[in-house]
Ligand binder design. Sequence first.
Ligand code: PLP
Length: 370
Amino acid sequence: MYDFIPDNPYILLTPGPLSTSKSVRNAMLRDWCTWDADYNEGIVQNIRSRLVALATSNTEAYTAVLMQGSGSFTVEACLGTAIPKNGKVLIISNGAYGKRIIEMAQILDISHVTMVLTETDAPNPNKVAAILAEDSDITHVAIVHCETTTGMLNPLEELSKVAKAAGKILIIDAMSSFGGIPMDIGNLDIDFLISSANKCIQGVPGFGFVIAKRDVLEQCAGNARSLCLDLIGQWRDMEKSGKWRYTSPTHVVRAFYQALDELEVEGGIEARYKRYCANHSILVNGMRDMDFNTLLPDEMQSPIITSFLYPDAKFDFMRFYEAVKACGFVLYPGKISQADTFRIGNIGEVYPHDIRRLIQSIQEVMGDML
Ligand SMILES: Cc1ncc(COP(=O)(O)O)c(C=O)c1O
C-alpha cells in the first residue's frame, strides 16, 4: 500500500507540463469507469461544453473534441482531418511549432505552401494576403498563436482577418495561449483552435482538444489520414454520450475538470491573463535589472514565456540551471538557432510572489557564479 504523496520539490517555470495546484493533482486519486454516465456525462460532456464557453460567446456554432496524447497528436489530428485530399494549406512558421506543422503536412502528404520566417520575425498580414491572392488553390491557413519557441505572440487578429477575407479555413495552434490570453474565436471567425490539458488551463498532460466550428467540422468526414487521429470519428462518439473512442485518460480528464473549476474561481481567462502579465512584468523587470536582455522587443512578447539572451559568452547555462533548480525553480533551455537563450515561463500555478523569490534566487546565483 503506497500512500505517500510527495510535495513538488520545485516550481516548473516551463511551458508545460507546468506546475499544477495540489487540488488538481489530488483530483486524480480515484478511478473512473469509462462506460458510466458519472464520467461521460458528468465529466467529459461538462468539460466539452465549458471549453466551448471559454472560447466564444457563440456557443451554438462551436463544438469541442478531446483527443488522447500530447498536444502534437491533436495538431496532427486536426490537420489530417480538417484538410481534404484536394485541399492545400498555407503554413506560417516562425519557430519550432510552425516547423512541426510543416513536418506533419509533409508526412501526411497534405499539399502545402509555407511562409517561413526567422524566429524573431512576426508574420506580416499584407504578405500573407499577397500569398493568398496569388495562389487560389490554398483552402486553409495554419498559424501558431503564441510561438512558444521564443514566446512571440503572433498577430492573430490581423492574420485571421486576412485569411477570412480571402475565404480560407483557419486553423490556429493556440497550445500555449488558450486559457491564458483572452480571445473570442467566434469573433475572430476561427474554424479550428487547438490546445492541450497541460497549458494555461493548468491541468496535467495526457490529452489535447480542438474547438471547432460545428458546420465546418461536419464537412470533414472521410478526410482523416489516420484511424486513431480521426477528429470526426472521435467527435461523433463523444457527441453521442461523451465516450472516447479508445481508452480515455480518465485521471487526467478528472484533473482537467478540477482545473476548469479553479480557472472559474480565479475569475476566468481575464483574471488568469492578468496574473500571467503580472508574473511576466516582475520577471522581465527583475531580469533586466541584472542585465539579462529579452530576445524579443516588448511589443512582440507574450506573457506566457520569455526568452532571455545569455548575458555574455562565458555564461554557463547548465551551471546556472542547476543552481536555480537547487533554489526550487526549474527553467527551460532555449530552442532557437539564432542566439544563445534560455526561457522562463509564467504560466501554471505560479504567482507574483514566486517570481519575486525567483528573482532573488537568481541574484544570489549570479553573485555565486562571478
Ligand atoms: C505552440 C505549441 N504547439 C505545439 C506544441 C506541442 O505540444 P506537445 O509538446 O504537448 O506535443 C507546443 C508545446 O509546447 C506548443 O507550445
